[in-house]
Design a protein around this ligand. Structure first.
Ligand code: GLV
Length: 323
């Protein structure tokens, strides 16, 4: 009998999305009660495995790939893959895949949710009410209207477009900045206007970051960019923390150079800078853009399909081109 392929999954995710993978292959998950394998554990185990299913916060570096002497595919559980050394994987002929489809709508929901929460001060006023620290007057708790305002979307890919759809439904005008201008058809669908980054920053009431983190986008929004934004504007980041220079953002918020921010991701790991925790004009979430019961299972099924199709034929969401 042919030996089953061996797949190592780094995180103890719900099993239902993995049903097909488990049925076909020899799949190892962390033992019951253990949330995730550590890097060192994976390093020790990887020589045995044909496939690695990594999470977006699990570093897949040269050392791990060198140890993976049988490794043919890294199926990353995320649309973003800045945790994987892609050029080294390509050099080694290892296929890297991601999960673009399931994350699009929930991440756009998260961006819209943060935007509403910041613009209407929903989290802040909820806190104030609970702690008896609110004055209830007609002019005491003012926010900003979305209707008629302009959203500047940085990164007009799938998530950017899903956000544009929500923004249009809220009566907002859409401008965008992207590596390339999108098709006329897409622009017309959202009435979206292509601008340079600087132009976008100057005219937008809301700036949302929906681009991947690469060496080119690192600190895309820093002191210079923040100083170009309107003092009434809001910055939303549901992409990756290091696209924003967090120290510069803290300063801009403290000095009221911008009005507020909604952040699902942070520059220095899983937690925001201390200063952000003390600010009322910021809404913070612990990277929950895709954290719904439904999407966690859809992503598990997607990473599984990427592995099964890679070995058996079928569509695979490839991140790198290998020969
Ligand atoms: C989540 O952050 C993702 O990249 O899918």
């Amino acid at each position: 009998m042919k030996k089953k392929k061996k797949v190592l999954v780094t995180y103890n995710m719900f099993r239902s999305g993995y049903a097909e993978l488990i049925e076909k292959y020899d799949v190892t998950f962390p033992p019951e009660g253990v949330e995730s394998f550590t890097y060192d554990e994976v390093l020790r185990m990887i020589p045995e495995y044909d496939a690695l299913q990594s999470m977006f916060n699990f570093p897949v570096d040269r050392r791990l790939m060198d140890a993976g002497i049988n490794l043919k595919i890294i199926s990353n559980y995320a649309v973003g893959y800045d945790n994987v050394d892609i050029s080294y994987a390509t050099q080694k002929g290892i296929q890297v895949t991601n999960t673009p489809d399931p994350v699009t709508e929930p991440t756009a929901d998260q961006a819209m949710g943060l935007l509403l929460a910041v613009s209407r001060r929903i989290s802040e006023l909820d806190r104030r009410l609970r702690f008896g620290a609110v004055k209830v007057g007609l002019l005491d708790n003012l926010g900003h209207s979305l209707y008629g305002s302009t959203i500047g979307i940085i990164g007009m890919g799938r998530i950017g477009q899903a956000l544009a759809r929500r923004a249009v439904a809220a009566g907002m005008k859409v401008v965008y900045y992207n590596r390339h201008q999108v098709t006329r058809e897409v622009e017309e669908k959202y009435g979206a206007k292509y601008l340079s980054l600087d132009e976008l920053l100057c005219i937008s009431d809301v700036v949302s970051i929906n681009a991947p983190h690469t060496s080119e986008t690192h600190h895309l929004i820093g002191e210079r960019e923040l100083s170009m934004m309107k003092s009434s504007s809001i910055l939303i980041n549901t992409a990756r923390g290091p696209l924003v220079d967090e120290k510069a953002l803290v300063e801009a918020l403290r000095e009221r150079k911008i009005w507020g921010a909604g952040l699902d991701v942070f520059e220095f790991g899983d937690y925001p800078s201390e200063e952000l925790l003390k600010m009322d004009n910021v809404v913070l979430n612990p990277h929950t853009g895709t954290q719904t019961f439904e999407v966690r299972n859809e992503m598990a099924a997607y990473v599984s399909k990427n592995i099964i199709h890679f070995f058996e034929g079928g569509p695979v969401a490839k991140v790198n081109r290998i020969d």
